[in-house]
Design a protein around this ligand. Structure first.
Ligand code: C2E
Ligand code: MG
Ligand code: MG
Length: 507
């Protein structure tokens, strides 16, 4: 017996129904299978979508965080000086403005690093940067709540000190005291020489602009008095400041138009009575036709960054004027004063040698006069530069000896051919025994070291006799000739020297 349902006979009604039912069943099963597989696909697609969505969300979150960080960094950059971490000029300006508007009592300190350019030139920008970082750190170290330290220029800082209570002076003194002493920058121990100008609101000024201007005027006063110090603004400083602004403006124009002239003053050889060399002295006549002292305009040129250009103009003119006199043996050579900033600046040697070459002027007929300032600032660099130039034939004179620190060790260490004693030593030499003894000993020392001794400021015969008696080699002063323009000096030389046999500069 078969358990199989009997297959209805084809063609019967029952058979047709059955077949339809079977077809329908198969179709349903297929549909179910299809549905199942589609659901799986859909599920998988859904899962992929969710994962993708999550990833997208994560990326958006990260990107938003990045953008937020960048925004914060941008705000910080605007508010902070990137090198020192001190506040930026912008934040300082806003803080100053707002403190004054709020009627707060504040002191503004404008701090300028002395000889920062020199540090950069001599030791490189890395050391210069490190010095700025150290100074900013020192200042921030004494910051009280509400104070602000900002870097407002290359080597300039501004500090806003909130003054409250009785300890005003202490609050300011804290900043000044921290700037004393030395700074170690990139392994170099450097003196922390700064000039500080101070103004107080509301005592000195009631708005930010005036307060800054007054602190700047006080700073200028310190710079003019020889740097490294502090001054509080006083109304009587205004006049001097305006004058300086005008003078600086005129000097810029004069240098740009190459208007600074050179005069010469003879230096006598006491043994032969010959005008052996000529000192070149810069002369500037302003529009009112009055002479501005070289001590004033050279110092101004140093402060406002004009000295390199000015010194180069002076040297070029001096070589051009003197060349024919040298060629005709009217004189043995010239001396040209150089500023400490010149000697310690980058490229100085090349500038000197370049000027000699351009003018076809023999290097051994040039003496560069340096002052002790240059040596005190950086004896190592001074020595390197001087030895290089000396190797090329150029001579050096140590000027104004006896007017300052007068360290005799320089004479031994540096390649100096000539020593020029300051005129103060000679002033009362007929009566002052101490002056006599100093000159006598300095001359003897020079001779031991094979250095020629010159005395400046000879105005009387008695002084000249004294110098001859102590075997001083050369003398310079109004007694022989005042400084004069090249044409007059040429006539003086012709009259005095005639045509003589030229000698070596150090003979
Ligand atoms: P210095 O180099 O010591 O120049 C000597 C100064 O003494 C000159 O003043 C000169 O005129 C003055 N003098 C000369 N003989 C006598 C005298 O018998 N009695 C008196 N009382 N004075 C005398 P000057 O020309 O006013 O120059 C002053 C200073 O300015 C110079 O001192 C020098 O340090 C600086 N200087 C002048 N020209 C230049 C320059 O071209 N470059 C640089 N860097 N400095 C210069
Ligand atoms: Mg001189
Ligand atoms: Mg001198």
């Amino acid at each position: 017996m078969s358990y199989l349902a009997p297959v209805p006979e084809a063609g019967t009604r029952l058979g047709r129904v059955e077949r339809r039912l079977r077809r329908e069943q198969t179709g349903r099963r297929e549909a179910e299978r299809l549905l199942e597989s589609k659901s799986l696909e859909l599920f998988e697609a859904n899962q992929q979508l969710t994962a993708f969505n999550n990833e997208l969300e994560e990326r958006v979150r990260l990107r938003t965080a990045e953008l937020e960080q960048a925004r914060e960094a941008a705000i910080m950059m605007l508010a902070t000086d990137h090198l020192t971490g001190a506040c930026s000029r912008r934040q300082y300006a806003e803080a100053l403005e707002s403190a004054i508007k709020m009627g707060e009592r504040i002191a503004l300190l404008l701090i300028d690093l002395d000889d920062f350019k020199g540090v950069n030139d001599r030791l490189g920008h890395q050391v210069g940067d490190a010095l700025l970082v150290q100074v900013a750190e020192k200042l921030r170290g004494v910051c009280q709540e509400g104070d602000l330290v900002a870097r407002v220029g290359g080597d300039e800082f501004a500090v806003i000190v909130h003054l409250c209570g009785d300890d005003e002076a202490d609050a300011i003194e804290g900043y000044l005291a921290t700037l004393q002493g030395q700074v170690i920058a990139s392994g170099h121990t450097l003196p922390c020489n700064v000039s500080v100008g101070l103004a107080i609101a509301p005592d000195d000024a009631c708005n930010a602009e005036d307060l800054q201007r007054f602190a700047d005027i006080a700073l200028y006063k310190v710079k003019r008095a020889g740097k490294a110090g502090t001054a509080r603004f006083k109304p009587d400083m205004l006049h001097a400041y305006d004058e300086r602004q005008q003078l600086e403006f005129k000097l810029r124009a004069a240098v740009a138009q190459d208007q600074i002239e050179i005069w010469f003053q003879p230096i006598m050889d006491l043994a032969t009575g010959r005008m052996q060399t000529l000192e070149c002295l810069a002369r500037w006549q302003d529009e009112q036709d009055s002479f501005v002292s070289p001590e004033v305009f050279i110092a101004l040129a140093e402060r406002c960054g004009l000295i390199e250009q000015l010194s180069q103009q002076i040297l070029r003119k001096a070589l051009q004027s003197a060349k024919p006199w040298i060629e005709s043996e009217l004189v043995d050579g010239i001396t040209v004063n150089i500023s400490p900033l010149d000697l310690l600046s980058a490229g100085f040697t090349d500038r000197i040698l370049g000027a000699l070459r351009d003018n076809n002027y023999p290097s051994y007929r040039l003496i560069l006069e340096i002052t002790e300032g240059v040596v005190l600032q950086d004896i190592t660099t001074a020595e390197i530069v001087m030895r290089k130039l000396r190797g090329a034939g150029v001579h050096f004179a140590l000027d104004d000896f006896g007017s300052g620190y007068s360290n005799l060790a320089y004479l031994h260490r540096l390649p100096i051919s000539v020593l020029k004693m300051d005129r103060n030593l000679l002033k009362d030499v007929e009566h002052a025994r101490s002056g006599q003894a100093i000159i006598q000993h300095v001359v003897a020392l020079c001779h031991d070291l094979n250095i020629r001794a010159v005395c400046e400021g000879v105005e009387r015969e008695t002084q000249a006799h004294f110098l001859s008696d102590v075997m001083c080699d050369k003398a310079q002063g109004f007694l022989y000739s005042r400084p004069a323009p090249p044409a007059i000096i040429e006539a003086v030389l012709r009259n005095h020297n005639g045509v003589a046999v030229q000698q070596d500069l150090t003979s």
